[in-house]
Every structure is written in C-alpha cells, then in structure tokens.
Design a binder for this molecule. Structure first.
Ligand SMILES: *[C@@H]1O[C@H](CO)[C@@H](O)[C@H](O)[C@H]1NC(C)=O
Ligand SMILES: *[C@@H]1O[C@H](CO)[C@@H](O)[C@H](O)[C@H]1NC(C)=O
Ligand SMILES: *[C@@H]1O[C@H](CO)[C@@H](O)[C@H](O)[C@H]1NC(C)=O
Ligand SMILES: *[C@@H]1O[C@H](CO)[C@@H](O)[C@H](O)[C@H]1NC(C)=O
Length: 350
C-alpha cells in the first residue's frame, strides 16, 4: 500500500513539473522563423550591416536596444503575449545554451535574410531560412536530451505554434536584379523552395504553422521616397501580390498533403493597407526616425515624439503600434480575410 501511494506521489510530482513549464499558456511553445520583421537580436554579433541594436531602435522596449527593428515590440512579441507567454521568446543567438527554456520556443529570425539562400548576402552574414532550419535541429536535439527521447520531443514540437514570415528580402533582391525572371516565374521559384522548407519544418514535428504573407512592400516610406510620397506602388508593380496568392494556395496543398498539420495564411498585406484611420494611424506614409540613405534609423538619431501615430518607424519597418495591429488581427481576425483558413487563436485549439 505504501508503495502504491509512493508511486502515485512520484507520478504527481512528475506531472506537476509539466504545468510549471507550461503555465497558463494556450500552447507550450512558440517558434519563430523570419527576417527583420520578426528578428529580436540574432544578428547582433554577426558580421552584417543588417542590425538594429542601437538607439533609437528599442526606444520604447523595456530592455532598450535588443536588435529588434522597431521602436518597441515586434509582431512575434505581441503574438507571444496573446498566447499567454510570460516573456517574449528569446533569440536563438542567446537561447542555444544548456537552458531548458528552449522548450518554450526560440526565435530564429534574421534581418536581411530570405527564402533563397543567397538573399541578403550583400549585407553580410545573415541567416537564411535554410540555416534557420538547421539551427532548429540544434533545438530539437536539445529537446530530445531534456525530454529523454525523440518521440517525446516530437510530441512536444507538435503542440507548439510556429510563425514563419519570409520573402520581403527576396523581393528586394528581385527589384535590384537586372536579369530578373518574370514575376510569375520568380514567385514560383520562391514558393517551390518555401514549400520544401515548410515540409522540412513539418518533418521536425511542426503541426500548427502560421505563414505571414508579404506586407505592403511597395508602400513603405523607403519605396515612396523613390517613387514619390503620394504614391504607393501597387502589389502588382512590386509583384509581391503574385507571391501572396501562391502562398495562400500552398496552405491548401500543405494541409492536404501533410497528415495532421494545420497551416494558416495571414494576410499581412490586407491588414496593413486597411483604411489607416481604422488602424489608428495619422501618419502612414513617412517614417518616424531620421533615416540613412539605406532607410535605416541613423544611430542616436531623433524620432517623432508621438510614435503611436505612425505606422512606420524607419523606412521599412513598422512601429510597435503597427506591429500590434498585425499581430492582434493575426491572432483574432477582425475581417474574415485576415487569416485563412483560420486565425492563430483557432490554430492554438486545432
Ligand atoms: C531552391 O530549391 C532547389 C531545390 O528545390 C535548390 O536546388 C535551390 O538551390 C534552391 N535555391 C536557393 C537559391 O536556395
Ligand atoms: C542532431 O542529432 C543528430 C543525431 O544525433 C545528428 O546527426 C545531428 O548532426 C544533430 N544536429 C545538430 C544541428 O546538432
Ligand atoms: C487541423 O488538421 C486536422 C488534421 O489534418 C484536421 O482534421 C482539422 O480539421 C484541422 N483543424 C481545423 C480547425 O481545420
Ligand atoms: C498621441 O497620439 C495619440 C493617438 O492619436 C493621441 O491619443 C495622443 O493624445 C497623442 N499624444 C500626444 C502627446 O500628442
């Protein structure tokens, strides 16, 4: 009898360890892959110019300049908050040690990086999506050693939410390439590679994946500066609309092909170009900080005083306030077209 009670007691102690890791979160873990829109410091100690670890970046973030390309929190930070995480997901650059915290998730995003391995390499040593997936293998190996075996790790990975946001830098490279293929051909090449990468992510155990479509890359202040402040290059002109259409179709293909997986598409473009007044921004055509020729904030430069009135912080990246709009509508869709087939809140329950 004493032995049975002791066994039960041990079982309770063991299962109590789980809630202490899992807390009140909707899901146990959140993993992020992407570019500067989601990066939170992975480039800080790399040999690249694609960095934002200096003020005024981080001016509104509690820990100051962390490497986020924003005045404050980015989209991944807000989604982590919506999912009930007590802290933002750490960058791979600092989370890859011996810490059990990798079980809560890791952010692999790298400013300047793309779907294609060559994208952004003119900026230096940025971490392409293929390399981010290799880094994820390090996390998986670490999870296997923490949880005891590969099946337990895979089961854990299947309960996490994943966000992947890639392609903006591939289109920046496309715009600069004098030998560029047709828009349709380029989008197909990107989607073919992306499809392979997302299938790899599935093979590593991912089952709940939110794919962020391209935003209004023809509307960012840096593009307006090139083509006139009043204009906003249409999605057709920048050709990113072709990519978004194909990405949405890829969601259907992956949901059909990959047993037990739920992929969802977030309409970043539609959310961003919604009536600015309804998104709450007085200024959606100009950046808030003083920018360099490259469209980045000048180190220690001045910023606008009321940053919640601006959609863009520098020439390319949203303010914290604009990131909050995208993240909140990705998590709980405001319009039926915001997320397809469903929003992240439903992905968490799927
Ligand atoms: C795209 O994927 C193909 C294989 O599907 C691969 O051969 C090629 O190297 C990839 N291209 C880039 C630039 O990453
Ligand atoms: C993960 O572990 C496997 C099996 O031990 C090994 O082959 C692989 O190289 C490891 N990968 C990384 C990135 O550590
Ligand atoms: C998620 O995927 C599973 C397995 O493919 C499917 O049965 C389920 O309907 C999907 N969930 C939703 C909410 O569509
Ligand atoms: C900043 O903008 C917000 C939103 O438009 C407004 O409510 C607030 O009064 C403004 N604050 C200042 C100091 O101008």
């Amino acid at each position: 009898m004493a032995k049975i009670i002791f066994t039960i007691f041990l079982f309770l102690v063991a299962s109590n360890l789980v809630p202490s890791i899992y807390g009140e979160k909707l899901v146990p873990c959140y993993f992020i892959f992407g570019d500067s829109l989601l990066d939170n410091g992975n480039n800080n100690h790399r040999n690249t110019v694609a960095k934002a670890n200096f003020l005024p970046y981080g001016i509104d973030y509690p820990n100051g300049q962390t490497g986020r390309f924003s005045n404050g929190r980015n989209v991944a930070d807000f989604i982590a908050e919506e999912l009930g995480f007590p802290a933002h997901i750490p960058p791979f650059a600092t989370a890859s040690g011996d810490d059990d915290a990798v079980l809560n998730g890791v952010n692999y995003a790298s400013g300047g990086a793309g779907i294609l391995s060559g994208t952004g390499k003119q900026l230096g040593d940025v971490i392409s999506l293929d390399e981010q997936l290799q880094n994820h293998q390090t996390t998986i190996n670490r999870s296997i050693s923490i949880l005891g075996n590969a099946d337990a790790a895979k089961n854990h990975m299947g309960h996490c939410i994943y966000s992947v946001g890639m392609g903006s830098n591939d289109y920046a490279a496309y715009a600069m390439n004098p030998l560029r293929p047709s828009p349709n051909r380029y989008a197909s090449q990107l989607i073919d590679n992306y499809s392979r990468q997302l299938r790899d992510l599935y093979a590593y155990g991912a089952r709940k994946v939110s794919l962020f479509g391209l935003g209004a890359i023809g509307c960012v202040p840096a593009a307006r500066l090139m083509y006139g402040r009043t204009l906003c290059l249409s999605a057709t002109k920048t050709t990113s609309g072709v990519f978004n259409t194909k990405l949405k179709s890829l969601v259907d293909v992956l949901n059909k092909d990959l047993v037990g997986a739920n992929f969802t598409y977030i309409d970043t473009f539609g959310i961003t170009v919604s009536d600015p007044a309804s998104n709450g921004f007085k200024y959606d055509k100009v950046e808030c900080c003083t920018v360099s020729a490259a469209g980045m904030c000048v180190p220690q430069g001045v910023t606008c005083s009321n940053r919640t009135d601006y959609a863009y912080f520098d020439g390319y990246h949203p303010t914290e306030a604009a990131a909050a709009v995208v993240a909140k509508r990705a998590f709980a869709a405001l319009s039926p077209s915001d997320a397809y087939p469903f929003d992240i809140q439903h992905l968490a329950q799927a």
